[in-house]
Design a protein around this ligand. Structure first.
Ligand code: MTE
Ligand code: MO
Length: 373
């Protein structure tokens, strides 16, 4: 039910009742195109880089990029702790740091392929990238602050705010205390050896390796240790797998197993259809899974016939995607190319997405249609 405009004016919230976004099929709405213009994806040819050059890393920001003065910025850590902390950037930079190579993927990646579609950022395949993040392990600061014995969760609040489905909020997410204490969660101040760019969370963001991107809160300003589940909008309402609107759903957490290929040949400007020269072609791409689970195999299908691809050597970077190649003797005609990864936990990419209301976690196989001449 939509409240009257008088109700909206009285509450000072012009967006009450704007939760009535209905699923759509077919063409994209102007609002979706506007979101796509703000939140760029990785050009798939950039899957060639082990580490995505910063300007090619995908972006997803719900609200506006906040204006942050790094000289006045402070990170506070409080709540259920024995000693509260408040750190300047200079102080944070004094703490020991680690660098981790991490593949981040947006939970909404593939949303445009879940039909009917949820009107939101209409990702097709391109919301994934890999960077080298440097920062202080969160565990160091938690050890200094000493959470009380009744602490259960840690919430992370960004400086950006806005509305979603009628609810005004600051972007925030939480982790269970044990997850937050795992040594791989970073308070990152650098990306690929340079200070964070404004759009990636300058001056400091959380990096939660192995999770979908929503957990890695940008423009971090406050860390709150809690004795109850965090009720922030992006935790309690957003980022849940629901089969219908009134279903409480289950939280979106770690990334599902997935692979992508660099589309071979050259594209048509408008349709992006591909033209490939006949002869030997090496198909290549990337595969990844969440929670640091290794990729065990990638298969490539040419017109429905699946064969094993060759995986790049396993590296020490357990949270980063793995390269693969596949030699293809391309013959004249129309061909349908697909790739499918299997993780060490036995999970495999499905052929078709498992639908959910907000279009999250689509890890169905990618299809690339090519003409060989
Ligand atoms: N403060 C804040 N943090 C945020 C977001 C946001 O909108 N605000 N978006 C999240 C989502 S949904 C994703 S996928 C990643 C994207 O990180 P990137 O833009 O650096 O690639 O940031 C996450 N952290
Ligand atoms: Mo995301």
């Amino acid at each position: 039910m939509h409240p009257s405009s008088a109700d909206a004016a009285a509450s000072g919230n012009p967006f009450t009742g704007s939760d009535a976004r209905t699923h759509v099929d077919g063409g994209f709405a102007l609002e979706e195109v506007a979101l796509a213009n703000r939140n760029s994806g990785i050009p798939l040819e950039a899957l060639r880089y082990d580490v995505t050059p910063p300007g090619l890393h995908y972006l997803l920001s719900h609200f506006d990029i906040p204006e942050v003065d790094p000289a006045g910025w402070r990170l506070s850590l409080g709540g259920c702790v024995q000693s509260e902390l408040s750190l300047s950037l200079a102080e944070l930079l004094q703490y020991p740091s680690r660098t981790l190579r991490v593949t981040l993927e947006c939970a909404g990646n593939g949303r445009a392929g879940m039909i009917p579609r949820y009107p939101s950022m209409p990702w097709i395949n391109e919301a994934v990238s890999t960077a080298e993040w440097t920062g202080t392990p969160l565990r160091h600061l938690l050890d200094l602050a000493r959470p009380t014995s009744w602490a259960t969760e840690v919430a992370f609040l960004g400086l950006d705010r806005g509305f979603d489905r009628g609810v005004e909020h600051q972007y925030g997410r939480s982790l269970e205390l044990a997850q937050a204490r795992a040594g791989d969660v970073l308070l990152a101040h650098s990306m690929n050896g340079e200070p964070l760019l404004p759009q990636h969370g300058h001056p400091c963001r959380l990096i939660v390796p192995g999770w979908y991107g929503m957990a890695s809160v940008k423009w971090l300003s406050r860390i709150d240790v809690l004795d109850r589940p965090f009720d922030g909008f992006q935790q309690a309402v957003g980022y849940r797998y629901r089969s219908q609107e009134d279903d409480p759903g289950v939280p979106v957490t770690t990334m599902r197993v997935r692979s992508l290929m660099v589309p071979p040949g050259v594209p048509d400007w408008y349709t992006r259809r591909r033209l490939v020269q006949a002869g030997s072609v090496v198909l290549r791409g990337r595969a990844w899974a969440g929670a640091g689970v290794p990729i065990e195999a990638v298969e490539v299908s040419v017109d429905g016939e699946w064969r094993a691809a060759t995986l790049a050597a396993q590296t020490m970077h357990r949270y980063a995607w793995r390269g693969w190649t596949f030699p293809w003797p391309a013959t004249v005609g129309e061909h349908r190319l697909q790739c499918r990864a299997r993780a060490a936990d036995g999970t495999v990419q499905p052929m078709a997405p498992e639908w959910n209301t907000a279009g999250m976690g689509n890890n169905a196989v990618q299809t690339v249609q090519v003409t060989v001449r």
